[in-house]
Write a protein that binds this ligand. Structure first.
Ligand code: PLP
Length: 380
């Protein structure tokens, strides 16, 4: 009989059973020492993460969104500033810029990599420069679905125009480009520890990575109400954006397994590639890039996508659409974009993409069931 039992999209329960003892002991230790805010596990986690991705500073914080906001605040982004962002992303990327009264300038993405298109970036930059009014300050690139953006090309363009490059690595922590880990590819990198992310905690959490001492110091101050060196010495406007100690303990228990988990995600991606590349557009791999495989996202003809996802659902296979509408068409952001047809690739992708179950505990049998279901709906 055909197996129709539900396959989890992300399996946090399997992960918990695998690391249960270490996670429970880590949480228990915090309950016992009582240092719930900025306890010793937070410092320990920051040191371990810095070592993991080869950077000088890790500033943990309360979410990926706050990580982005802290970078923008520390860089002094504000009204009159333009920050270039891909149109095809999660809302937080543009939100961090808007919260500070600055202007996001949307840039189209590449159809293959889903990441910011450097040729379109040049066009958007030329448009902003010739229009006057806004001061181009930097590029906030996103490593969509886990694969790093083209930082070498972005850095060259940024340097020739006096711009900074920042990275929204909410989906790509654990990935790499050549011999450089995500976290070390831009002036400052934000990531998220949202539970379903490649490295997730059990609530909200995030971090910023940087080699820049001054920026790091500012962000440490910003995450704690803009405090200076003395207690109740407030030197700038800040946030309450610290990472809970309990979440740091959870992350410390998971981190030793993280490289193996990325390898397991890579194995799932390879199995999907082999089984699916003849029937759908599978994710492309940029040269020298190691994706963290937050998502495995295929492309289908727009008129077939909903039928395929419904057929998979009836076979117990969940799918997701990231993202059904690109940012320049969101009602909250429309005034910052040029409307329909201005970002043709992003607009097309939002009708074609479909993300399949992806996590390090996905078995070969489950993977093969998903492939078989896609093959069968393709023939149906
Ligand atoms: C690309 C991107 N940026 C930022 C974020 C925000 O992270 P958080 O949910 O931790 O605030 C996410 C989370 O989904 C994301 O996918």
């Amino acid at each position: 009989m055909t197996d129709l039992s539900p396959i989890p999209f992300v399996d946090l329960k399997a992960q918990f059973s695998a690391y249960r003892t270490a996670i429970e002991e880590g949480i228990q230790a915090v309950l016992e020492h009582g240092g719930f805010i900025m306890g010793p596990e937070v410092k320990q986690l920051e040191a371990s993460l810095s070592e993991f991705c080869g950077v000088k500073h890790t500033i943990s914080c309360s979410s990926g969104t706050d990580a982005l906001l802290m970078i923008m605040m520390a860089e002094g982004i504000g009204p009159g500033d333009a920050v270039f962002v891909p149109a095809f992303t999660f809302t937080a990327t543009a939100e961090a810029i808007l919260l500070l009264g600055a202007s996001p300038v949307f840039v189209d993405v590449e159809s293959d990599s889903f990441n910011i298109d450097v040729a379109d970036l040049e066009r958007q930059l030329a448009t902003v420069t010739s229009a006057g009014g806004l001061k181009p300050r930097g590029i906030l690139a996103v490593d969509l679905f886990g694969q790093p953006a083209n930082y070498p090309a972005l850095n060259i363009l940024a340097e020739s125009h006096g711009l900074k490059v920042w990275s929204d690595a909410a989906q790509s922590f654990g990935g790499a480009l050549g011999n450089k880990s995500v976290g070390s590819l831009a002036r400052a990198t934000a990531t998220s520890f949202f539970p379903a992310k490649p490295l997730g905690c059990y609530g909200d959490g995030g971090a910023v990575f940087t080699d820049d001492d001054e920026l790091a110091e500012k962000m440490r101050s910003i995450r704690a109400h803009g405090k200076g060196t003395a207690k109740y010495d407030i030197v700038r406007i800040g946030l309450n954006a610290r990472l809970d100690t309990i979440q740091a303990a959870v992350l410390l228990a998971k981190l030793p397994h993280f490289s193996d988990e990325i390898a397991a995600r890579e194995a799932v991606a390879k199995r999907y590639d082999e089984g699916l590349s003849n029937i759908v557009a599978v994710p492309s791999r940029a040269p020298e890039a190691q994706s963290a495989w937050a998502q495995y996202t295929i492309k289908l003809p727009a008129e077939r996508r909903d039928k395929v996802s419904a057929a998979l659902k009836s076979d117990g296979i969940p799918t997701a659409v990231y993202y059904p509408r690109s940012m320049h068409l969101q009602s909250a952001y429309r005034e910052y974009g040029a409307g329909e047809n201005s970002m043709p690739v992003s607009e097309r992708l939002s009708t074609e993409v479909l993300s399949l179950p992806m996590h390090p505990f996905l078995s070969n049998d489950e993977c093969d069931r998903i492939i078989a279901a896609l093959v069968s709906v393709g023939n149906g």
